[in-house]
Design a binder for this molecule. Structure first.
Ligand code: SF4
Ligand code: SF4
Length: 278
């Protein structure tokens, strides 16, 4: 049976908030029984866009991570709610029944992604429904996907084995896999948000010019080279995709007939090692 999946490309998200606003436009003031009652005017972020700045000036970048309900296949919100108040449809979408969930504020704490919000006026927990009411009417995508101007959001309606092939071919990942909830929301280029980089510049001491074409080897722990880069015309290099608190690394820099230079570092978070003079 085909099921819905959402793919989010972190490299294409520019924090325009169109997805967030289209969600508001759809749900504020509108009931969609049996899937949802109206979203309050303020306070809810069913598509919650997180922001992260990495590095130090001038080597910085910024990434945005839209977080909706992950429509998990092994969802703690389903297991821990009472009276079947949260359930999974055959097409993969997880729904909080607004009637059965009335008063069950403790459902919020069951979601490790913080994707459930409390509606004080109606006394119900609420979250993204993937616009199930629209998909059931024949829409091909929910409002957020339709509103995204960069193509950062994409829904895929596919058998699980077909989705598995897409996951492998596009290197898709789930966010926070340690939660083990088997999300149906996948991320592309997640490293932009979830990992850190090592960057710097190489320059020539005597002339203060950029050293274009210097070789920079990244060495992990006991002298194992794990990556190599060649500096660009600004003398810049960058290695990306490392776990934070990744331990000891060193950079081995060589350029023409200049003596080699080795920089030791302890990687905690993204780091600009500055200008290395040869
Ligand atoms: S992301 Fe949270 S609310 Fe959504 S299905 Fe998973 S556990 Fe439930
Ligand atoms: S609409 Fe697309 S680009 Fe804009 S914030 Fe949402 S996911 Fe990012």
């Amino acid at each position: 049976m085909k099921k819905w999946n959402l793919v989010i490309d972190v490299a294409k998200c520019h924090d325009c908030n169109n997805c967030f606003l289209s969600c508001k436009d759809e749900y504020v003031g509108n009931d969609f029984p049996p899937f949802s009652v109206a979203q309050p005017n303020h306070g809810h972020r069913w598509m919650n866009i997180m922001r992260k700045e990495r590095g130090q000036y001038p080597k910085v970048d910024v990434a945005y991570l839209p977080i909706p309900c992950m429509h998990c296949d092994d969802a703690p919100c389903i297991k821990k709610s009472k009276d079947g108040a949260v359930y999974k449809r055959d097409d993969g979408i997880v729904i909080i029944d607004p009637e059965k969930a009335k008063g069950q504020k403790d459902i919020l704490a069951t979601c490790p992604y913080g994707a459930i919000w409390w509606n004080e006026e109606k006394a119900v927990p609420q979250k993204c429904t993937l616009c199930a009411h629209l998909l059931d009417e024949g829409w091909k995508e929910p409002r957020c996907v339709q509103a995204c101007p960069t193509g950062a959001l994409r829904v895929i309606y596919a058998e699980d084995f077909e989705m598995q092939k897409i996951i492998e071919s596009e290197n898709l990942e789930v966010y926070q896999p340690q939660y083990k909830t088997r999300p149906r929301v996948y991320y592309k280029n997640l490293y932009r948000y979830a990992t850190c980089f090592i960057a710097g510049s190489v320059a020539i001491r005597d002339t203060d010019e950029c050293a274009e074409g210097a070789t920079v080897s990244l060495i992990k722990g006991s002298k194992k080279t794990i990556a190599e880069a060649v500096t660009n015309n600004y003398g810049d290099f960058k290695f990306d995709g490392f776990d934070e608190d990744g331990g000891a690394y060193s950079l081995d820099i060589s350029y023409k007939d200049r003596p080699k230079k080795i920089i030791e570092l302890e990687l905690k978070t993204s780091v600009n090692v500055g200008t290395i003079l040869l």
